[in-house]
Design a protein around this ligand. Structure first.
Ligand SMILES: *[C@@H]1O[C@H](CO)[C@@H](O)[C@H](O)[C@H]1NC(C)=O
Ligand SMILES: *[C@@H]1O[C@H](CO)[C@@H](O)[C@H](O)[C@H]1NC(C)=O
Ligand SMILES: *[C@@H]1O[C@H](CO)[C@@H](O)[C@H](O)[C@H]1NC(C)=O
Length: 486
């Protein structure tokens, strides 16, 4: 046994003794766990919160999850002709960039060819972008260590500051374009490579703030943040393991109530009013977690009994993305007049701000179940194309894009915040003593991972505040302190 593992085991042993002793001393002053917790929203945030709250508060607490639509929230998928709306490609994709006139860049099957093409056109910009994003990601990852040590934060600002100091807060104040120009990236590279990535991820140009922008670049590089078809199942899994009860109902109002407790002080609790198929009803809860954005078009919950009053909608709007699924044949001349459709194998066309129809991206979908030997058909064959655009496509636009159409399905949704720079300060995670809100994180960056870590944060916050353990909330300088502890 090496010294290292020995000392590690010793550390663990003494560590456990510490925990045991602390537990013994404080047992008398420990509060009972809450009896009932409500979570509003069963997307990735709400279902993760259910899972973490179960961990933090133990088996006795009753957890109810309210959801008016489908479990999985904005991750819910749709199918056309047996193909899922957001399936992760198992067949290697082939990407091209379209500027409204021609294809600026087309990926080859050969890594080295791509590398040389990128080098030729953009110099070292691509490699430097990788390093820039890695640097941000590395600081971002610190949150997982903080959470492992059970630290929590009361606001997005404090959380970002703990991860990346003023540098992270500055990223919210600049556009992605400003930040990258300041780091010496070329305008051509920003227009032709960075813009298409930010258009496909957030439907917005490089004028979005640099933090969300960097997250979208990280996603493009690693696929880490990509939404795939399995993610909806993650929500079901989390819900199942949390042993929470799913209530199919729309929450209409949350009212603060008080009642005198044994100790004489008033205890607060929350009355959740909701409407389901069997009519209106309400239930009382000790803790409530809002896991749905309180924004126009996304939820309509009123609050009563709070002073200062809580708004139904916070300022800022969510950006509309229209997903159009077309089963048909693409008009290849639209992107490349010289190319024969039988020779066009590109699966993903990303666009620059020059694209005239306002299309953010065009991707061909592979079937959900890939049979051995499957290879993507050329664009001369009928297939399912998925188009992202900020506005619904008109008949005329569809006629330009497709030479034939068998089926068209359109879905409009408010997918993510409409970012700006400087970004307004996101709402707090704590709306009232035991009323928490986990969507503010989306104003920093909206992704599955950020929702899940916000859920972890809010669960820890709820626990520490319930047991009045302030030492685990909003601590400064955690990164250097924890490095010392390890
Ligand atoms: C960001 O901008 C706001 C005003 O818009 C300012 O109060 C804040 O100090 C700025 N933060 C940083 C880190 O530059
Ligand atoms: C919760 O709401 C009550 C009633 O308006 C208020 O007195 C209390 O200060 C609020 N708590 C927090 C933490 O905002
Ligand atoms: C295809 O695209 C070209 C170029 O934009 C356009 O001229 C043509 O009308 C489009 N439609 C068809 C059916 O070819």
């Amino acid at each position: 046994m090496s010294v290292r593992t020995l000392s590690y085991k010793a550390l663990l042993f003494f560590g456990l003794c510490q925990v045991g002793r602390r537990g013994f001393v404080s047992a008398s002053e420990l509060r009972e766990p809450p009896k009932k917790i409500a979570i509003i929203g069963a997307g990735i945030g709400g279902t993760s919160a259910a899972y973490f709250l179960r961990q933090d508060f133990g088996p006795s607490v009753k957890i109810d999850v309210f959801e008016a639509g489908a479990v999985g929230g904005r991750l819910a998928t749709e199918e056309v002709e047996g193909r899922s709306l957001s399936v992760r490609a198992e067949v290697p994709s082939k990407m091209a960039i379209f500027d409204g006139k021609e294809l600026l860049f087309e990926e080859s099957d050969w890594f080295i060819v791509n590398f040389l093409r990128m080098l030729w056109r953009y110099g070292f910009n691509a490699i430097r972008m990788h390093m820039w994003v890695e640097g941000i990601l590395e600081k971002f990852m610190r949150i997982y260590q903080f959470q492992q040590f059970s630290y929590s934060f009361s606001s997005v600002d404090r959380m970002l500051h703990a991860m990346g100091g003023d540098e992270f807060l500055t990223l919210l104040n600049q556009t992605l374009e400003e930040a990258m120009l300041a780091h010496g990236f070329s305008q051509t590279f920003i227009n032709e490579i960075v813009t298409p990535i930010s258009r496909v991820n957030y439907g917005q140009s490089v004028r979005l703030h640099a933090f969300a922008g960097a997250v979208s670049l990280a996603g493009a590089e690693s696929g880490l943040w990509a939404v795939d078809e399995g993610n909806k199942r993650v929500c079901f899994g989390l819900l199942y393991h949390s042993k929470a009860e799913l209530i199919s109902a729309r929450v209409t109002n949350i009212a603060l109530k008080t009642r005198p407790s044994k100790s004489g002080a008033n205890t607060k609790f929350y009355e959740v009013n909701y409407v389901s198929d069997s009519g209106s009803a309400y239930s009382l809860y000790d803790v409530v977690i809002l896991a749905t954005p309180l924004h126009q078009g996304l939820s309509d919950i009123s609050f009563s009994g709070f002073s200062p009053p809580l708004p139904s909608h916070f300022p800022g709007r969510y950006h509309q993305t229209v997903t159009t699924l077309v089963l048909g044949r693409l008009n290849i001349s639209y992107v490349d007049v010289r190319r024969k459709p039988s020779e066009f194998f590109v699966s993903d066309i990303f666009t620059t701000d020059g694209e005239k129809l306002g299309i953010c991206s065009l991707s061909s979908l592979d079937p959900v179940h890939i049979t051995p030997g499957y290879s993507r058909p050329p664009a001369s064959e009928t297939t399912v194309w998925k188009i992202f655009s900020p506005e619904p496509l008109t008949e005329e636009q569809l006629r330009t894009l497709f030479v034939s159409r068998e089926r068209v399905i359109e879905k409009r949704w408010l997918a993510y915040p409409s970012y700006r720079a400087p970004e307004r300060r996101p709402p707090p995670f704590i709306l009232n003593d035991s009323l928490y809100y986990l969507s503010p994180i989306e104003w920093a960056a909206s992704a599955m991972e950020t929702s899940a870590l916000s859920a972890r944060n809010v669960a820890l916050l709820a626990k520490h505040r319930w047991y009045k353990n302030t030492a685990k909330v909003d601590q400064e300088g955690l990164h250097s302190r924890l490095r010392g502890e390890l």
